[in-house]
Ligand binder design. Structure first.
Ligand code: FAD
Length: 508
């Protein structure tokens, strides 16, 4: 039970990967008297509230899972719930590539990323949340066929690492795990933090902040979630330190809503957003395959990362989202969907550069707006990746598929040797087949120089004395891989710097 006070030492806004990591890092000091509060705008849904129904569970996400860019070329998925997007992530666990860490050090001045800090922090994180490769018993047909087909083509396939414990192989990771097997913030860091005295208030949407004040509304708890413990209404409370962890869409929006109170004028707020744009492709295998058991994702290919600009990963999604991912509509589309239980699936994750014009801004009501244009080089990469994925599907024995960028709507086996002429740049029209993103990064870029970034290398917003950011928005550029481990790495560093700077007396 929470009894909200008027003054805290630290208020964390957002309980996702970044916010949960900060809470976990701070809980040791709560025992020594540090007062920490988490304000989460989403509802508190525990494992018993997830029901594996696509329509019901869309309420976990901002905009029901599709927050579209202004040009409608890409739709972003991010969760608004206790645990943030960790409540719906798949648990694919990557450390950032060494080249990315090096770039962040040399180009942006993130010197704290020493080999020792990076290695030790990841070892601690991975132990705590049980990151491991999947045993053979978790490999279903989709994954097995992908590996066999790619290897037949001479492509190296690697094992993904996943952070699960006692997984029941239900496959509904992205709608919330009904058995709490995913070792995300919802299941691990937040319960630990709350147990040690960190307070959590949910359905508490933060409208604005000042240097030491937070203004928020507690809203009605939605159906299928925990009831509120505090009265609904508007509040303003104080904190010595504020940590923003609302994610890439919402942290820059909150800062822009608060610019006046913070006396902040930095034209880089919201800029340099990257989205790790995704196509999920499906193809039909000759017979029914076992995607309803095992784990949805087991393998990846990084061989084309440097030369062609993308990773391929295995994946498998639910009927509603699969019908959206398959381009077009009408009879052929519905005939393909009838073969859902015969489908293989491959996820293309493309590397996008960080560009000044790609940004989060706010509309007149203060709501986040995404202004993002696909870079022409990313479009070229996507074409190469679609051709590659189609080649793997045919090598696996698939007989038909509908893919973006193809001159011919339904591709069959007879087309397998002319994919290069059929799948072309001019036919890839994003208005018709929008991309997706679940890995947004940037917007509150970390940089050692005030003129070139929004937060300093401790995570503090340049120009403020006590407002920090600890989520994916501080990434200076794309990690090129699934980002949650990297968010945890940076949030761990930022938490330690907050303690050293503001609460040194509690560190012994
Ligand atoms: C479907 C899906 C699958 C994914 N799979 C993977 C994967 O397998 N591996 C991987 O590495 N990554 C994955 N990701 C990405 C990963 O989950 C995110 O990168 C990560 O959660 C981002 O962390 P964050 O702290 O920046 O924000 P989040 O985890 O999104 O947390 C932000 C929280 O802040 C709250 N908030 C925002 N604004 C306010 C406000 N104004 N007031 C109060 N609260 C607010 C939000 O409600 C939310 O709960 C996936 C994401 C999705 C959506």
């Amino acid at each position: 039970m929470t009894f909200m006070q008027n003054q805290y030492d630290i208020i964390i806004i957002g309980s996702g990967v970044g916010g949960g990591t900060v809470a976990d890092e701070l809980r040791q000091y709560v025992k020594k008297g540090l007062k920490v509060l988490i304000l989460e705008g989403g509802a508190y849904r525990k494992k018993e509230h997830f029901n594996q129904n696509e329509r019901d569970m869309s309420s976990i996400f901002f905009n029901k899972g599709a927050f579209f860019s202004k040009n409608m070329h890409i739709g972003l998925a991010a969760a608004k719930t206790v645990g943030g997007s960790s409540a719906v992530y798949t648990g694919v666990s990557f450390r950032p590539p060494a080249s990315v860490v090096q770039k962040w050090k040399t180009e942006f001045g993130l010197d704290f990323l020493t080999d020792e800090f990076v290695e030790n922090t990841f070892l601690d994180i991975e132990k705590k949340i049980n990151v491991h490769e999947l045993p053979d018993s978790f490999i279903n047909d989709n994954n097995r066929l992908f590996k066999q087909a790619a290897e037949k083509l001479g492509i190296t396939v690697k094992n993904l690492k996943i952070n699960i414990k006692n997984c029941q192989q239900q496959g509904f990771c992205n709608l919330g795990c009904t058995v709490g097997a995913k070792q995300g913030t919802l299941e691990v860091q937040l319960p630990d933090a709350i147990n040690d005295g960190v307070e959590l208030i949910y359905n508490a949407w933060v409208e604005s902040i000042g240097e030491n004040t937070v203004k928020f509304d507690i809203r009605e708890a939605p159906e299928m979630s925990e009831p509120n413990v505090e009265k609904e209404g508007s509040y303003e409370i104080g904190a010595k330190v504020i940590v923003l962890a609302g994610g890439v869409m919402q942290t820059p929006a909150l800062v822009q809503r608060s610019e006046h109170k913070l006396k902040l004028k930095n034209k880089l707020v919201g800029r340099y957003v990257t989205l790790h744009p995704v196509f999920n492709l499906n193809a039909v295998y000759q017979k029914t395959i076992t995607n309803y058991e095992g784990f949805p994702k087991a393998y990846y290919i990084d061989e084309f990362s440097d030369g062609e600009g993308y990773y391929l990963e295995t994946s498998f999604y639910y009927p509603g989202i699969t019908s959206k991912n398959i381009p077009g509509y009408g009879k052929i589309h519905s005939e393909i969907m009838k073969k859902y239980d015969q489908m293989m699936s491959i996820l293309i994750l493309s590397h996008d550069p960080s560009e000044y014009h790609n940004r989060i801004l706010i509309d007149k009501k203060g709501q986040a707006v995404l202004d993002y244009a696909i870079h022409p080089e990313v479009k070229k990469s996507l074409i190469k990746a679609i051709r590659k994925a189609a080649t793997i599907f045919f090598s696996a024995g698939c007989t038909e598929m509908i893919v973006p960028g193809s001159q011919k709507y339904l591709l069959t086996k007879m087309d397998s040797d002319r994919l290069y002429s059929l799948i072309t740049n001019s036919k890839l029209i994003f208005e018709q087949t929008p991309l997706s993103s679940a890995h947004p990064q940037g917007g509150m870029r970390m940089h050692k120089d005030a003129a070139s970034g929004v937060v300093d290398t401790n995570g503090k917003i340049w120009g403020t004395s006590s407002v920090y950011v600890a989520d994916a928005s501080v990434f200076p550029s794309s990690t090129k891989v699934n980002p949650y481990e990297t968010i945890m790495l940076l949030a761990t560093h930022i938490s330690r710097q907050i303690m050293k700077t503001h609460f040194q007396s509690l560190i012994s």
